[in-house]
Design a protein around this ligand. Sequence first.
Ligand SMILES: Nc1ncnc2c1ncn2[C@@H]1O[C@H](COP(=O)(O)OP(=O)(O)OP(=O)(O)O)[C@@H](O)[C@H]1O
Ligand SMILES: [Mg+2]
Length: 253
Amino acid sequence: MPEAMLEVCNVKKSFGGLKAVDGVSMSLPRGGITLLIGPNGSGKTTFVNSITGFLHPDGGHVYLEGKEITGWPMYRICKEGMVRSFQLPAPFGGLSILGNLLAACECGPGESLLWSPFKDMWRTKERENVREAFAVARAMELTSYWDAPMAETSTGHIKLTEIGRALLAGAKLVILDEPICGVDPVMADEVFSFLVRLRDEQDLTFLVIEHRLDIALKYADYVYVMNQGTLIAQGSVDEVLNNRQVKEVYLGS
Ligand SMILES: Nc1ncnc2c1ncn2[C@@H]1O[C@H](COP(=O)(O)OP(=O)(O)OP(=O)(O)O)[C@@H](O)[C@H]1O
Ligand SMILES: [Mg+2]
């Protein structure tokens, strides 16, 4: 069996007496779009927080491409290739889209006092970063907005820029917490189409939390469903939609 991009075994996280995540396991194959769904408060964000270093899990194990990363700090996990977005994005509002993209790139040696006088040493890296940031903006069809201040752009552009930032940070696995929340339907399909292109052309792996199932389910390769801190179902879109427990949770029937 090929090695999974991400393997999560029995992760737990409680807040006082509340078991927000109560033993969740998950396996993400390389190059797929996996959806994590469940009602409000079911523990989706806490699960992601616990595997990406934002919170320390109370138990369980996390492996990225076979390497154990359980409890690592977020910056180390990010360097290892697993990058996540937040449910409430916090872009640099005063910077342009390009500025926000560039902020995710690795800095050149010019940041160091020692190297800063030697311009030739770091200008090449800076030029490379700008070229790569423009390439990402082009792939997201954001080139006509590249110099728009982030605070004046649409939610869809903010969400796309977050995905672009993950790419520029060198992500192999991107975890997105509600990437189309507050995004108009046309743009929402564009966001998911972009993920499909990245999966197919660059073999990137995505774990996506989303409530807007009418849109998200069209693009999912596999689905996990959480309720009250545990997984209640997993499988293909058809399998989970026909699952009795899932119907009960979503439709109360
Ligand atoms: N920092 C915290 N302190 C205490 N309780 C928390 C904390 N974060 C989350 N919770 C609780 O843990 C449970 C799971 O919350 P979580 O945000 O993970 O759910 P979710 O599935 O992401 O919900 P939503 O779909 O609304 O984003 C909820 O009961 C929530 O109130
Ligand atoms: Mg959440």
